[in-house]
Each structure stands twice: as C-alpha cells, then as structure tokens.
Design a protein around this ligand. Structure first.
Ligand SMILES: [Zn+2]
Length: 287
C-alpha cells in the first residue's frame, strides 16, 4: 500500500517536472517557429510595388524568423525584448502610455521596466538598425535586421505578449499561453496560411507610436482569448483534449487570423519605411 502510494506520488512528481520542462520549452517560442516563419514570409506580399525586388529575400526572412527566440539561450539581455506587460502601467490603463523609454525609466526605475518587457524599444532599435543597413548597402546586416524585425513585430501582435496575465497565472488558467500560440496555432497553419489579404502597406510617419498602437490593439483582444479558454474548459472539462482545441479555434480563430494579417502588414510597413528613409537603395547594389 505504502509502496503503491509512493510510486503514485513519484509518478506525479516526474509528470509535473516533465510538464514544467515542456511548458518552459514551449514558452520560449512565441507564435511557435512556424507562425513566425509564416508572418515573415507573407510580409513580402504586402510591400508596395516599388519595393518588389525585396521579395528575393523572402526565403531568408522566413527561415530566420525564429532566430531571436534561440538567442535567449546565449544572451541574457534577449528575453525582455519579446514582450511588454503593458497593462502593468497605470498610464496605459488611463490611455496615456509613456512611450519614451527614458521617461519610463525615470518614472518606474530601469529594473522594473526591464522586468515588464522591452518589446516596443527593441522593435524600434531593430528598425533603426535596418534603416542604417539599407543606407550602408550592407546586405548581410539588412537581411539579419529585417528577419529580427519580423520576429519582434510578430511578438507585438501576439496578445499574450502584451499582458500582465501572460500565462493565465492570475486567473487559474496556467498554460493558456502555449495552448493558444503553439498547440492551437500549429494545428491551424493551413487556415492561417490562407488568411492573408495583402494590401500595399503604408509608410509610417512615427514608428514608435505605430509600434505602441499595434501593441495596444493586441492587448485589447486578450479578454477574448481568456474567455475562450474558460468556456472551452467548462464545456469539455479538459484543457488538453481535441474538443478543447476545436472550441478554442472556434472562438479565437477569427482574431488570430486578424492578428497574423496585421503582423505581416505592419512588418511590411516598417521595412518599407526603413528603405524609404534610407533613400530607396537599389537591391542589386547591396553587398
Ligand atoms: Zn519572441
């Protein structure tokens, strides 16, 4: 009896441990590798006609879309660049977010700001690096920064990368982050592949404001995802079954398709803006 109990307990411990490893592993990859690759690949279709030559870079952009997630393993400064718990800030809740990084450091202290994520400023820095690479006709740097920019823009469209309750930890919905962005998304890659409706992306006058706008939009749909998780659980008493995932997609598929579309469009806008600001360099002359 004791042995059986002990064995059961031991199995539970091992199982919990494996779940923690699995969850940690999964959380390292926002939208999953495949979601990131898809957004980077499709962004090319949203570029205005005068930048069509950029489409020759499409394969590189797609292949290297997940790179920033892998950098987290070797670079300790990388992890905070992938999210912002923007509803932590009372200014955001009041509709007056402090967008300047130094002003926010002054108000909250640098370590608190880093703890809540640096996604908007990491995106801006990568955009500025891309502009410089275009100006310098430096093809390798331009490729690298364009792929990285795609990653950060895509993270900024993943609602759970923009919220304090990023894993449902405050509402008894732990694990919702990976259930949504990896398990559900990977099951619907074909739907997502076919959801894009390309339009010519507009030039961006104020990049940081633009970045904050799409992050705020992503944050505003978090409630739909948390509600869908609760409703699906209520109806099938499980957060792992096929039925749970069917219901999750039923209730969040539309929003997810909108977010994928907007990510590709907004990425194309930023790449186009970097290229225009750099003086529209010829792709044939880049080395
Ligand atoms: Zn990421």
């Amino acid at each position: 009896m004791y042995n059986n109990k002990f064995r059961l307990f031991r199995n539970e411990v091992v199982l919990s441990f494996l779940m923690i490893i699995l969850l940690t592993f999964q959380q390292a990859f926002a939208w999953g590798d495949e979601g990131h690759k898809l957004i980077n690949k499709k962004a090319v279709d949203f570029l205005p006609p005068d930048m069509k030559a950029f489409s020759q870079w499409c394969d590189y952009l797609s292949e290297h879309a997940p790179d920033p997630d892998y950098r987290k393993k070797t670079d300790k400064t990388e992890a905070p660049k992938h999210f912002i718990d923007i509803d932590f800030y009372k200014e955001f809740l009041d509709g007056n977010m402090i967008e300047n990084e130094d002003s926010l450091f002054n108000e909250y202290g640098k370590s608190e700001v880093v703890k809540n994520g640096l996604l908007p400023w990491a995106t801006l820095e990568t955009f500025n690096n891309l502009t410089k690479a275009f100006k310098d006709h430096n093809k390798n740097d331009a490729l690298r920064y364009a792929a990285d920019l795609g990653h950060y823009v895509a993270d900024g469209h993943q609602p759970m990368h923009t919220v304090v309750n990023y894993n449902g930890q405050l509402t008894d919905q732990k694990g919702v982050h990976a259930r949504y962005e990896i398990n559900m998304v990977d099951d619907h890659l074909t739907d997502l592949e076919n959801c894009f409706e390309p339009v010519a992306s507009p030039f961006v006058n104020h990049p940081l404001e633009f970045i904050f706008n799409y992050i705020s939009a992503a944050n505003s749909v978090c409630g739909v995802l948390f509600d869908a998780d609760n409703l699906a659980f209520k109806e099938c008493s499980s957060r792992r079954s096929n039925e749970y995932y069917r219901l999750m997609w039923f209730r969040t598929g539309y929003i997810t398709e909108v977010q994928f579309n907007r990510a590709a469009e907004d990425l194309a806008s930023l790449i186009y803006t970097a290229w225009v600001n750099a003086g529209k360099p010829s792709f044939n002359q880049m080395k």
